[in-house]
Write a protein that binds this ligand. Structure first.
Ligand SMILES: [Zn+2]
Length: 68
């Protein structure tokens, strides 16, 4: 994931991602496994909520920190 190609994971959104959402689905992933979505400022809330209600969301961090 390079910062130049990081585009928001929200459906239809082409904005540059600035947040990383780390998540894990305990039914299919081992506990230490992390899947990631990236989100623009506008969709961070929406995607966090989507994962949060399912109990999948582990962490939300700025993209710059995630890569650093
Ligand atoms: Zn977006």
């Amino acid at each position: 994931m390079s910062d130049e190609s990081a585009v928001c994971s929200a459906k239809g959104c082409r904005d540059a991602a600035v947040w990383v959402l780390a998540w894990n689905n305990p039914k299919v992933h081992t506990p230490e496994r992390r899947k990631t979505w990236v989100a623009c400022e506008e969709h961070r809330e929406h995607l966090s909520q989507f994962l949060g209600v399912r109990g999948f969301l582990k962490d939300v961090v700025p993209l710059s920190e995630w890569e650093g």
